[in-house]
Design a protein around this ligand. Structure first.
Ligand SMILES: Cc1ncc(C[n+]2csc(CCOP(=O)(O)OP(=O)(O)O)c2C)c(N)n1
Ligand SMILES: CC(=O)[C@@H](O)[C@H](O)COP(=O)(O)O
Ligand SMILES: [Mg+2]
Length: 628
């Protein structure tokens, strides 16, 4: 098997060119087989097998730098850089990361997970290279979806101006996770169908070169004629206008064409954009036919492509969000949904089918989505901005400057809040509590179960006074009975779940259920714990906190979020502001480091947030308090 011999790109370079299609086929079979057992980002990787082979064959990694945008398509790169044996551990605890990771290999020179960063990173590397007087190549590989991200467009603007040697490979498969959207996508479509462009341009340039222009009075005029002629050939060559040499479009599954084009790119001065056209899921029929669901998969049967059945259990929070949105929108015609390219994961596809005019998939454009929501809200329409916690990070200034400062009624539906499992550190949804609650006007809540989620969403859409956020986990709910009618939750009011005398477990959202389990464990040790469902991190239920203090209850705050600036911090701030210095408060939250991939359960255990671990900590805390 050729693949087994690939310990480094040097081994690849030893292969005769004729063997490369065989290697590509082996990689395809390997990925289909290996991911059927581990899951992972299958379809995107099947689409870049030939491209990755061509890149490693022609360039000299790690001297030459490859920056994989999003990084979900870097599995082939991992295979060709000696990590085949680790694939059975892909995305598992302490196993191979699903994204580029510098600690894994010297060939991973840029870490990703969030999209649209590769061009800025590449520009930085090219600038540093030139300052140091070095001569390596820098190649950014970006998908058509990631290209819609604002960062990528900002970088194109800069790169085109600076004119440094840098190659951008645009992998155009017409797909984001869902079919790609937007005017830029439509433009790429026109380039794709205009296959004669490159040839015509080449012929034209050869012709113009024959006219003796340099040094003549007509030089400038002739250059302008050349540019104008280009625009006659296709309706606007955006990338050339921006200062890139545009090569393509070429078939990204044809190794010969790829090699030829990349060779030409490597010898071209200044920024080059190589436009390759690929098929997501290429070579595996189930993935080609259902590109959306094969973007990221769990385990599946190779022959049929059938996904392993989910192990029953209660419905997951995102599904409850999707269903609730339909109910809410049926009752309230002012409600619209906004998603930055995540309709599928956010469970809004059914909503989109039911209310196509009230659904906005804006592409990978979190910043725009935020300010777009603000604009909608100014007109009395109610935008529900559905966004994963981790991607909301990208829209922070929009949250601050456009939404909170203008005190607009934007409803944030913050999905994937807390640990996310296999995607790991780039995707953990654990910072939103801190960065949202610091904003004036913000209201923020998290439900203890799926029934409370629907009531919170209803409360948020009815609120009307300013920005309001509901964060919820990707996990399954608790299996609680769902109420038929929506109820308003009083803003800033907690709920006592069970009474107790020795300690108060004040839990935020997803930690209420573990708090109840912890209380049971404590009971066995003779410790009586009160459990409070905090519901709100902002505004806090101050009355509840003061009452616990007056009852001299030690307080343990519990949250699935970062310790710094989180729910527990808010409780401490409250007591400090009231000049209450003898409140006994212990904070249980996620400590100050990036927690890597694994299952959500493993991640909770790693940071000490499982009920037995919490019970131990609470026992020590209560005993210490009694000793004082
Ligand atoms: C900032 C950000 N927003 C959203 C995502 C979620 N996401 C991951 S891959 C992807 C689609 C990327 O499409 P494209 O770049 O064309 O790559 P393809 O999967 O088609 O190869 C999206 C929306 C992300 N990783 N980062
Ligand atoms: C690479 C990426 O950002 C997405 O594909 C992400 O992995 C989706 O996560 P979910 O599976 O939770 O929707
Ligand atoms: Mg794509």
């Amino acid at each position: 098997m050729l693949l087994e011999q690939m310990q480094s790109p040097d081994d690849l370079k030893k292969l005769p060119v004729e063997e490369l299609p065989k290697l590509a086929e082996e990689i395809r079979q390997f990925l289909i087989e290996s991911l059927s057992k581990t899951g992972g980002h299958l379809a995107s990787n099947l689409g870049v097998i030939e491209l990755t082979i061509a890149l490693h064959y022609l360039f000299d990694s790690p001297k030459d730098k490859f920056l994989w945008d999003v990084g979900h398509q870097a599995y082939v790169h991992k295979l060709l850089t000696g990590r085949m044996d680790l694939f059975p551990t892909l995305r598992q605890y302490k196993g191979l990361c699903g994204f580029p990771k510098m600690s894994e290999s010297e060939h991973d020179v840029w870490e990703t997970g969030h999209s649209s960063t590769s061009l800025s990173g590449a520009m930085g590397m090219a600038a540093a290279r030139d300052l140091k007087g070095e001569d390596n190549k820098v190649v950014a590989i970006i998908g058509d979806g990631a290209l819609t991200g604002g960062m990528a467009l900002e970088a194109l603007n800069h790169i085109g101006e600076e004119k440094k040697d840098l190659i951008v490979v645009l992998n155009d498969n017409e797909m984001s996770i869902s079919p790609n959207v937007g005017a830029l996508h439509n433009y790429l479509g026109r380039l794709r169908t205009n296959k004669t462009y490159s040839k015509t341009k080449h012929d034209l340039e050869s012709l113009i070169k024959k006219i003796p222009s340099v040094g003549t009075p007509f030089a400038h005029l002739l250059e302008r004629v050349k540019d104008s002629l280009k625009f006659l050939v296709v309706d606007g060559v955006l990338f050339e206008t921006l200062g890139f040499t545009y090569l393509g479009p070429i078939d990204g599954h044809n190794l010969t064409d790829l090699m030829e084009c990349l060779r030409q790119a490597a010898h071209t001065k200044g920024p080059v954009l190589v436009h390759i056209v690929t098929r997501k899921g290429n070579g595996y029929q189930p993935a080609e036919e259902d590109q959306v669901n094969y973007h990221g998969v769990g385990t599946y049967k190779i022959e049929s492509g059938a996904f392993a059945k989910k192990s029953g259990g209660p419905v997951a929070y995102p599904a409850v969000f999707g269903e609730t949105m339909i109910k809410l929108a049926e009752e309230n015609p002012k409600i619209v949904a906004i998603s930055p390219a995540m309709l599928t994961g956010s469970k809004l596809e059914k909503f989109q089918r039911r209310f196509p005019d009230r659904t906005f998939d804006v592409g990978i454009a979190e910043q725009h989505a935020g300010t777009f929501a603000a604009g909608i809200a100014t007109q009395g329409v109610i935008p529900v901005f559905s966004i994963y916690s981790t991607f909301l990070q990208r829209a922070y200034d929009q949250v601050v400057h456009d939404i909170c400062r203008q005190n607009l009624h934007v409803v944030f539906a913050i999905d994937r809040a807390g640990f996310v499992g296999e995607d790991g550190e780039t995707h953990q949804g654990i910072y939103d509590i801190g960065f949202m609650r610091s904003q004036p006007n913000m209201v923020m809540m998290m439900p203890k179960d799926e029934n409370e989620l629907q009531h919170m969403l209803y409360t948020a859409t009815e609120y009307g006074k300013g920005p309001i956020a509901v964060r919820y986990s990707k996990a399954n709910g608790t299996g609680v009975q769902m109420d038929e009618e929506f109820k308003l939750i009083p803003i800033g009011k907690s709920e006592t779940v069970q009474d107790g005398e020795d300690v108060a477990l004040v839990a935020f959202g997803s930690m209420v259920e573990p708090a109840i389990q912890t209380a049971e464990l404590l009971q066995k040790q003779g410790i009586s714990a009160k459990v409070v469902n905090a519901r709100f991190v902002k505004p806090l239920d101050e009355e509840m906190l003061l009452s616990l203090y007056h009852d001299q209850m030690p307080i343990v705050t519990m949250e699935e979020g970062a310790l710094q600036g989180g729910f527990g911090s808010a409780v401490l701030e409250f007591f400090a502001q009231r000049e209450i210095y003898d409140a006994k408060v212990k904070l249980l939250a996620i400590p100050d480091y990036f927690v890597e991939h694994g299952s959500m359960a493993q991640q909770m255990e790693e940071v000490g947030l499982t009920p037995p671990q919490i019970a131990d900590q609470v026992t020590r805390f209560v005993k210490k308090k009694q000793e004082v």
